[in-house]
Design a protein around this ligand. Sequence first.
Ligand code: AMP
Length: 426
Amino acid sequence: MKVLVVGSGGREHALCWSLSASPLVSELLCAPGSDAIAREAACVPLAIDDLDGIVAFCREQGIELVVPGPELPLVLGLVDRLASAGIKAAGPSAAAARLEGSKAFAKDFCARHGIPTARYRAFRRDDAEAARAYLRAEGAPIVVKADGLAAGKGVTVAATVEEAEAALAQAFGGAFGAAGDRVVIEECLVGEEASLFALVDGQNVLAFGTAQDHKRVGEGDRGPNTGGMGAYAPAPSMTPALTERAMAEIVRPTVAGLLAEGNPYQGVLYAGLMLTERGPQLIEFNVRHGDPECQVLLPRLMTDLGQLLLGVADRALGHMDLRWYPEPALTVVMAAKGYPGAYETGSEIRGLEDAARVPGVTIFHAGTRIEGGRVLAHGGRVLNVTAQGATLAEARDRAYAAIDRIDWPEGFCRRDIGWRALRGSV
Ligand code: AMP
């Protein structure tokens, strides 16, 4: 099978790393990929939003399965375009991808199908006065969300009504472009966050593990939000009973609801959960693998990823099962100093080969380029130093042992990834 992965970050590096080991995959390509991904896959210079280019390339090259990494091409309709051309893909249609592409759609969908989530109301820009009135009536803390894709920056968890009003003014003022044409205002949920993943083939659902991530840039989970500074899998708080409850109350009703509405979901469904006193509540859906969560899920996967993703595309998951290695995995993101604000690119990173020799360690590249054998930083989040161990503490120790071998003065990482799960252990 000729497979094309779409994307260029650490998530896509992990997808290519996993798929390159699949006996079903005879040729692996990646658009646009990266210099590091080029070690696993042939890279093709096509942008992720160049749907015409990607479809034409797949036709010419006889690509048999497309694996989209990021949400943007999914929301733009890449899978629909591929389907019209008779090309299989392991990702949702644009209609099903609205679960991530429009928070108002996702909330209304949850309301229609009785899926537990924070109480909310959605407002359009020309209804700003009603939105402000709702904010004041509800009081703080309260959460304000731009409806559309806002590169992870569209959510404000406001501690005061003033902060919430400022977030509302920002969204309606155009800070997120068309993504802020509508805003969802919702109840602030309290609890521990965890992520639950599922593979879905339209009808059948396979639980695809749990993870927790660290979104804030600073230790102790403080400071500005980022795309994610680290993650680990499985999430210890997602006990088998709680996982089954979230599958039964959130994931399976979502899949059944989309099917009933005529928009069957195929792909990875990522449910961001808050574990509240009322039980698991949905914070948000993502319609693809997490980044960096994918980098801790895939090293634990014993079953062939190629076979599973083909099962997603062929609606054949009902005949499949999957198995995990028991060892937990943890990844630490190394970022360029200044991230998530302004940062410089081009600094050299040394010691990666030595770091990768620490037992259990795999290093995924999120934003590097390689010039004459020299690895240079080429993004905000740059490396995902991933390790497995007999325990989560051992995985963490191995990841940081590898990081200590990396010579990159212009980079930084959090030293406390996993702290919530590791409280009480050494
Ligand atoms: P999202 O982009 O929807 O994942 O939101 C980003 C982050 O905001 C989440 O990971 C949560 O930490 C937080 N968040 C979003 N919605 C809520 C909510 N209703 N209550 C509390 N925190 C929330």
